[in-house]
Ligand binder design. Structure first.
Ligand SMILES: *[C@@H]1O[C@H](CO)[C@@H](O)[C@H](O)[C@H]1NC(C)=O
Ligand SMILES: *[C@@H]1O[C@H](CO)[C@@H](O)[C@H](O)[C@H]1NC(C)=O
Ligand SMILES: *[C@@H]1O[C@H](CO)[C@@H](O)[C@H](O)[C@H]1NC(C)=O
Ligand SMILES: *[C@@H]1O[C@H](CO)[C@@H](O)[C@H](O)[C@H]1NC(C)=O
Ligand SMILES: *[C@@H]1O[C@H](CO)[C@@H](O)[C@H](O)[C@H]1NC(C)=O
Length: 141
């Protein structure tokens, strides 16, 4: 896979999900966090009469790939095995993932990806591409 192919696929993937995005708009990004590669937070479901939020987990390993030390949106990307020291910095406008990822020199280099441009909320469940996480009524807090 060439970098151009990955970038093209990534761009198409993001464009295809444009209408379904905005986890910071529909989820409680304030207490969202990562546990290993799993992203967890409360997201609003479609049942607005209920005003209910569900806790949802999504394995972000399915959402991103590491190409030469940089993160890209990629279906079944499996970035997790070649990245480390990942953390998130949530805000009202983006949800940035910070990692150190292995480049072709065998060096871990810092890289970021705004998960808010990729991960969507479908009725209270986080997803990316065709992957949907799970949800439960009760969260960790
Ligand atoms: C997201 O929020 C917008 C605006 O508040 C609302 O119109 C939309 O239905 C919400 N989507 C979900 C999946 O909760
Ligand atoms: C994570 O950070 C620690 C401390 O800065 C560093 O020693 C370690 O090599 C890093 N690991 C990865 C996988 O980047
Ligand atoms: C990789 O190593 C080469 C030569 O050692 C160096 O010129 C280049 O800047 C390095 N690239 C990265 C991304 O670290
Ligand atoms: C959306 O989620 C709510 C609460 O989890 C559930 O009651 C409802 O059946 C779901 N709607 C659909 C269309 O799956
Ligand atoms: C949801 O996924 C997480 C992470 O894999 C797991 O720990 C949890 O038990 C799952 N919850 C349900 C209700 O399946």
């Amino acid at each position: 896979m060439t970098l151009a192919a990955i970038l093209t696929t990534a761009a198409l993937g993001v464009a295809g999900l444009a209408s379904a995005q905005g986890i910071v708009a529909n989820c409680t990004w304030q207490n969202g966090f990562m546990q290993d590669s799993f992203l967890g937070m409360y997201c609003n479901n479609d049942n607005w009469a209920d005003y209910s939020y569900d806790w949802t987990w999504l394995d972000t390993d399915s959402c991103l790939t590491n190409y030469d030390g940089k993160l890209y949106a990629y279906n079944s990307g499996n970035y997790w095995s070649t990245c480390g020291n990942c953390s998130t910095r949530p805000s009202p406008v983006d949800f940035v993932l910070y990692c150190e990822c292995l480049n072709h020199n065998g060096t871990f280099t810092p890289t970021t990806y705004d998960l808010n441009t990729l991960v969507y909320n479908r009725n209270g469940t986080l997803g990316c591409f065709e992957y949907l996480g799970n949800k439960t009524r009760k969260g960790p807090f």
